[in-house]
Design a protein around this ligand. Structure first.
Ligand SMILES: CC(C)(COP(=O)(O)OP(=O)(O)OC[C@H]1O[C@@H](n2cnc3c(N)ncnc32)[C@H](O)[C@@H]1OP(=O)(O)O)[C@@H](O)C(=O)NCCC(=O)NCCS
Length: 162
């Protein structure tokens, strides 16, 4: 089916293949993956974009995390197939996830990524929010989905234990 749809279990390995293609080898060794291991992603915030032939052009997943006793959405991984980059698909996926998260009453969203890219979506450096090492603090970014949602939020980003 063409367009943007919620990821279903049958999509899992195809999306993993896209992430493997788009990220450096060993992506799962990144410390951010320790926050995701064994924890279900937020199903409504896992989206797959397919073209009219059914080929995946981009995908995004999100997980819940805790910081200082408060919940947040951890955005990512997000990736767009190398043949489709620069067409706005990445922006579409990110805006869509932010809007859906707001509709689902999430107050705040964060990620580890490049500020020059994510700044356009309203993400800013989160001072005092600490990802498991080794993570460059400059890459720890957040956006408020309701005014002031990051005010006073400090501490280590922790797993949501089920
Ligand atoms: C990052 C990514 C998701 C962006 O998707 P996309 O569909 O190509 O992005 P868009 O079309 O919405 O935006 C393209 C713009 O973003 C810029 N951009 C892309 N990646 C960037 C980065 N890491 N830093 C700064 N700018 C970046 C492009 O130069 C382009 O700029 P322009 O609008 O001035 O021409 C995609 O390039 C990708 O999958 N990269 C590999 C995986 C990855 O790095 N994921 C993000 C992890 S932090």
């Amino acid at each position: 089916m063409a367009g943007l749809v919620r990821e279903v279990p049958q999509d899992w390995w195809e999306v993993e293949g896209l992430f493997d293609l788009c990220f450096a080898p060993g992506r799962e060794a990144l410390s951010s993956y320790r926050l995701r291991d064994g924890i279900d992603p937020i199903a409504d915030l896992c989206l797959v974009m397919r073209d009219e032939t059914g080929v995946i052009g981009g995908a995004i997943r999100c997980w819940p995390v805790m910081i200082g006793g408060e919940k947040a959405v951890l955005l990512g991984p997000v990736a767009v197939h190398p043949t489709r980059q620069g067409e706005g698909l990445g922006a579409f996926l990110i805006y869509e996830v932010m809007e859906k998260a707001r509709d689902l009453d999430w107050s705040r969203i964060m990620l580890v990524g490049d500020a020059p890219y994510y700044g356009r979506f309203g993400f800013e450096r989160l001072d005092g929010v600490v990802m498991p090492p080794p993570t460059n603090p400059e890459r720890v970014l957040g956006a408020a989905l309701e005014p002031g949602a990051w005010d006073g939020i400090r501490g280590e980003v922790m797993r949501v234990e089920d």
